[in-house]
Design a protein around this ligand. Structure first.
Ligand SMILES: *Cc1c(COP(=O)(O)O)cnc(C)c1O
Length: 384
């Protein structure tokens, strides 16, 4: 086949898409079974809830099955009503997403194109660069401070082309969080023609006194969008449901480009039930804080540096190639997340699991670290 024909469909794609590296999700359990022939796999790779799904959510899904042949309520009235109550906002301030990832994408489609610039921090959530790249916008990547967002540097880095700023609080994969005072100061100084998204996917887990959700600033800043998800503390990652909170004007715009039925019937029903199941969320947060303490204690004992985290995961420095340790863990039936694509080649991110899962992970990590040795530089060998 002549080369031009072979490369034709590729070259037809937008330049941004041609240069796009797709999102690398955590390895699915079934894939590891298939590829490595291992069993009893512990997956701590995607920040999923180790308690599973609330029983109330399961019951809500069962109850919705008889109407599975009908389109869902495109306005998601029932779920929005529950969310409006929870957040003390109007229904007109809520945008439902097929996961909060969907809301992030809707924001980009609403406010930016290839002539614009989108700003995010170094080490920030991988979806922000992907959305930026897909539309061919300029990446304005602001260096981090102690692995976290440097809000002052972000304000300084604003240019005339900056249209959207993404901020994850807490951030994934670093787990770093921003304090309320700093957010308020940032919003105060932010030009009103820039849309800022504060991504609070891990809000339920944060237990830091100086932290507060940015939701209280919604009335004051019409250019502020907050995203939340049911994928993490609510345990509904497989159902794909999240939402955005914003001013009525911005919400109106977001809902123009939203797919009409982006929240499916089962996800809507489960989310509404999960939202009311306070016991389940409380239990999830408790398991997480216990597990976080357990892993921190083990990392300290093993002499491994970690980045203190406010989420349901923690990134730690293995002092050698993270990918090699990741592979060694796979052979021991443990799936964690390599963060090389984030330019953190010596780190791995592990999701907090149940006590027994965390124990298995630590045992496997000890073995993996004695198998994968740090690379000794040739100069160091010469000195001996
Ligand atoms: C997990 C995560 C999300 C949520 O994604 P969903 O599409 O809602 O499953 C959003 N932002 C960050 C920073 C995350 O880590």
């Amino acid at each position: 086949m002549p080369k031009s024909v072979e490369t034709l469909p590729y070259s037809l794609a937008l330049p941004g898409v041609q240069a796009l590296t797709p999102y690398a999700p955590g390895k699915p359990i079934a894939e590891l079974e298939r590829e490595y022939g291992v069993t009893n796999i512990v997956k701590l790779a995607s920040n999923e809830n180790p308690l599973g799904m609330s029983l109330k959510a399961k019951q809500a899904i069962s109850a919705a099955i008889p109407e599975g042949h009908l389109y869902p309520d495109g306005n998601a009235y029932s779920l929005k009503k529950a969310l409006a109550q929870r957040h003390n906002v109007e229904l007109e301030q809520i945008t439902i997403g097929n996961g909060s990832n969907d809301v992030l994408e809707i924001v980009v489609r609403c406010f930016a194109d290839a002539s614009c610039e989108i700003m995010y921090s170094a080490y920030a959530f991988a979806v922000y660069p992907i959305l930026t790249q897909a539309i061919g916008a300029r990446h304005n990547i602001v260096p981090a401070k102690n692995w976290g967002h440097d809000l002052d540097a972000m304000l300084h880095a604003i240019t005339e082309k900056t249209k959207i700023i993404f901020i994850a609080n807490p951030n994934n994969p670093t787990g770093t969080w921003l304090v309320d005072n700093d957010i308020q100061r940032f919003l105060n100084q932010l030009p009103e023609n820039i849309t800022v998204v504060i991504d609070e996917a891990y809000h339920e887990y944060i237990a830091k006194a100086e932290y507060a959700s940015a939701e209280k600033y919604l009335t004051q800043y019409p250019n502020l969008i907050i995203t939340r998800t049911f994928s993490k503390a609510y345990g509904l990652a497989g159902l794909r449901i999240g939402y955005g909170l914003a001013s009525p004007a911005v919400t109106n715009l977001l809902n123009r480009v939203r797919q009409p039925f982006n929240g499916n019937s089962f996800a809507l029903a489960a989310a509404e039930a999960a939202l009311q199941d306070n016991d389940f969320v409380r239990q999830s947060v408790q398991v997480n804080s216990d597990g976080m303490q357990q892993l921190e204690t083990e990392f300290i004992r093993m002499g491994l540096d970690y980045i203190p985290s406010a989420g349901n995961f923690i990134s730690f420095d293995v002092g050698r190639n993270g990918n090699d340790v990741y592979e060694a863990l796979l052979r021991r039936s443990i799936i964690v997340r390599p963060v090389g694509p984030y330019k953190m080649p010596n780190h791995l991110r592990v999701s907090i699991g149940l006590k027994s899962q965390n124990e298995k992970f630590i045992r496997a990590l000890q073995e993996a670290l004695s198998e994968v040795l740090p690379k000794v530089l040739p100069e160091a060998l010469n000195e001996k």
